[in-house]
Design a protein around this ligand. Sequence first.
Ligand SMILES: Nc1nc2c(c(=O)[nH]1)N[C@H]1C(S)=C(S)[C@@H](COP(=O)(O)O)O[C@H]1N2
Ligand SMILES: [Mo]
Length: 496
Amino acid sequence: MEIELSCNSYAFESLTVEPFNAEPPRSALISSYVTPVDFFYKRNHGPIPIVDDIESYYVSICGLIENSKDLFMRDIRMLRKYNITATLQCAGNRRTAMSNVRTVKGVGWDVSAIGNAVWSGAKLADVLELVGIPNLTSVTRSGGKHVEFVSIDKCKEENGGPYKASIPLSQATNPEADVLLAYEMNGEAQYSVVALFLVVWATSCLNPVELTSWLTLNSNAYSKFFLSIIMPKPLNRDHGYPLRVVVPGVIGARSVKWLDTINILAEECQGFFMQKDYKMFPPSVNWDNINWKSRRPLMDFPVQHNTETCWLTVRNLLTRGRECDEAWKADPQLLYNLQAKVSGYAVSGGGRGIERVDISVDGGKNWVEASRYQKTGIPYIADHMSSDKWAWVFFEVIIDIPHSTQIVAKAVDTAANVQPESVETIWNLRGVLNTSWHRVQVREALCLIRCAKRKRRLLAKQKLLPFGKVSVVILLCGGGIASIISLTNLNHTEIM
Ligand SMILES: Nc1nc2c(c(=O)[nH]1)N[C@H]1C(S)=C(S)[C@@H](COP(=O)(O)O)O[C@H]1N2
Ligand SMILES: [Mo]
């Protein structure tokens, strides 16, 4: 018997309101390979700007190039549209665990300052071709080596100036690096949600004759309305409407939202977030002896050893054969025979795949390998064409757990980089790139059982809702159709 557990509520957790910073609960995060926009973490350094006149919005491309150019949204939409599934992660993800060792400065993220989305837009390499910079250029004729992205928003760290960051020109002009100017986020996902809604609604409200006459009578007005919801949704304001940069495999800070200007520079961007933040220092550096110039800006995540991050949550609990609580009441020893489904996400920077995820239930003495997956029906093979190279990988293993121990996870990427064992060794004053082994204390087994009970009570309550078997069948059919629709519409991914 398997009892679904969910100890967290599904509410979004706001960490700061001004600027708005929020992350979803852990369990919500790994419930979907493509993170719904509502569960995608939000990281802002200033007030979220409003761009309402899309006709007059344009991006200026200037700096060390022969001809500067202003690109309107229609010019960018004219370029070939790519859908890239990429995981965005804030360099400060898991900062709180680092501050438990010694205080660090920064937003207190738990493990969910990360999300995986299908980003759609033009490739930066194609945009730069429009201003005469060919693919795979490292230096322009006038000496440009870096591409700076300047935003519309204003931050106090920039003394009221705009947020900005840069990446090397060689990366920006490499089509394989998949750097995007994105105008949609999970756009295609709308099809499945809307299709599901339509199927459930139409089938449950109308009989076939009514349905046909309704469709004939109202085709014009309703088709307009439905088209407006079925059309891919633009990027939402929180995530950079109308246009943002997405630099796959690189810390989130370089994926500049609300893009205003692209500058071709000889040196990397001198902005605060490139020079005085998002750098990693050794544990010996403190606020009195820090020399910002001594370190390079963080790019690929994670930087140290290019390791990957991997968190786990204990989601499900299995007892053998009987109802959890009764079984446990009858035989408290059952607690010693628990199995847990340990699952989570693993991700590496730079486009490297996840080669392995190891799980230990004895604090790291013995390990078993978890299974890995991205898309249903397609086995995950790291660095293979069939996998989303910039996206996280989910893992899962069902494992016997002793009543009180520590479950530990560590991932290995395709360059054989392994996560560092202890957070102490990578402690740094800004609390960035905490990629240390993730540990879960299994004293929680008892709490989990209580959660299971609560969850079952909730399920029992739900059965009382006026939600007959027919609706369930419709819902399932709708889901099936919806997933077929979403499969045909997505090149790089599917919604699970
Ligand atoms: N213009 C602008 N772009 C920005 C930021 C910002 O504050 N302003 N924050 C950056 C940081 S630190 C991260 S982690 C990501 C977060 O993107 P999200 O809010 O879409 O999740 O955006 C990056 N781009
Ligand atoms: Mo970030």
